[in-house]
Ligand binder design. Structure first.
Ligand SMILES: O=C(O)CCC(=O)C(=O)O
Ligand SMILES: [Fe+2]
Length: 336
């Protein structure tokens, strides 16, 4: 697998991250000893310092946490997930009109994401929305009434929550409170945050018990911060803190309709001089005796605008633009 364009060899830090991923195949065990904390965002403006303490503690501890009382109501989430299901239920020849353009994080793909950790395609299809790159990629209202409006408004809600969380991290890192908000300005043509609808296929008998087949192979996210919406009963996400990678003891993240599961990505890890760790996670296949129907999730990836230079307060890592950083990571993750 090529890691980067041949004329631009990946710099040393990048190779380290890719090497880290390519060592993470395997099975491991499940453990309940780590706690995925649930943090209420209710009344953030008045409880900012208390919430910031809780976020910082959970983020520096295992890099994964859940937020509740985030302000998106159940009816909205039901509607967005219903739209997502309807999109994936469109005929294949319709979805094929809106293909993922390589390297863009925009459009529809199926079974094309090959993680360096497992080297087989994730058993899923996805539709990615990166606002400035969506020309010709929205299904028409005749094909799917209201889809674009629903998804655009949900993207904005997700972005707001992500920016609220990042503003708390900015306080702790010594950046201005609106530092990350400015770095993810959607009115800039270089905006590259992505909303991703995910459909993991119903799991067929013949793929059960195969150690090389995953719904999503082990990886760290390459963004700054990820918000993940899951549905009650559609589990499978497992987390492994990097500092404990040797144990291969993975913690399951219990899905629930009301919580947003959040994790730190590699971009924020760099930006925080490694204070905030990105962590491995993966989506395991169902077991023979478990629910094996389709699994739907939605992820929002906060990824700083293309021209933004990622540079931590202590300058631990070489400065790199967000565009270059993402280019390298995407090149290593998609087949073809
Ligand atoms: O769908 C999930 O539960 C996790 C998805 C994920 O980790 C990703 O798309 O980066
Ligand atoms: Fe992920």
């Amino acid at each position: 697998m090529s890691h980067a364009h041949p004329s631009h060899p990946a710099p040393a830090h990048e190779m380290t991250e890719l090497n880290r991923e390519s060592r993470m195949g395997g099975l491991g065990t499940e453990t309940d000893t780590r706690e995925i904390r649930r943090i209420s965002l209710r009344d953030l403006e008045h409880r900012r310092s208390e919430i910031t303490d809780q976020l910082w503690s959970a983020a520096t501890d295992i890099g994964f946490f859940q937020v509740v009382d985030h302000g998106i109501d159940a009816a909205t989430l039901d509607h967005v997930f219903a739209m997502s299901e309807r999109f994936f239920a469109l005929p294949e020849n319709v979805k094929a009109n809106y293909p993922l353009r390589p390297g863009t994080n925009a459009g529809w793909e199926y079974r094309s994401q090959v993680r360096p950790s497992v080297r087989t395609p994730d058993q899923k299809e996805s539709y990615q929305v990166t606002l400035p790159r969506m020309a010709d990629l929205w299904p028409t209202d005749a094909e799917l009434e209201g889809f674009r409006a629903t998804i655009e408004s949900f993207e904005a809600r997700c972005r707001q929550i992500a920016m609220d969380l990042l503003s708390c991290f900015a306080d702790r890192l010594g950046f201005a409170r609106d530092f990350f908000t400015r770095a993810h300005d959607p009115s800039d043509p270089g905006y590259q945050s992505t909303l991703r609808l995910l459909h993991y296929y119903a799991f067929p008998d013949d793929l059960l018990d195969r150690p090389d087949i995953w719904r999503a192979g082990a990886h760290t996210d390459f963004d700054a911060l990820t918000l993940l919406f899951q549905r009650t009963g559609q589990g499978g996400l497992q987390v492994l803190p990097g500092a404990e990678a040797q144990t291969q003891a993975w913690t399951p993240v219990e899905p629930s309709d009301d919580a947003i599961t959040c994790n730190i990505g590699d971009m924020l890890m760099r930006w925080s001089d490694d204070l905030l760790p990105s962590n491995f996670h993966r989506v395991r296949p169902p077991r023979r005796d478990e629910y094996r129907g389709p699994r739907h999730t939605i992820a929002f990836f906060a990824q700083a605008n293309a021209d933004v230079v990622i540079e931590g307060p202590a300058g631990l890592h070489e400065p790199i633009t967000a565009a270059e950083y993402l280019r390298q990571r995407i090149a290593a993750n998609f087949a073809g």
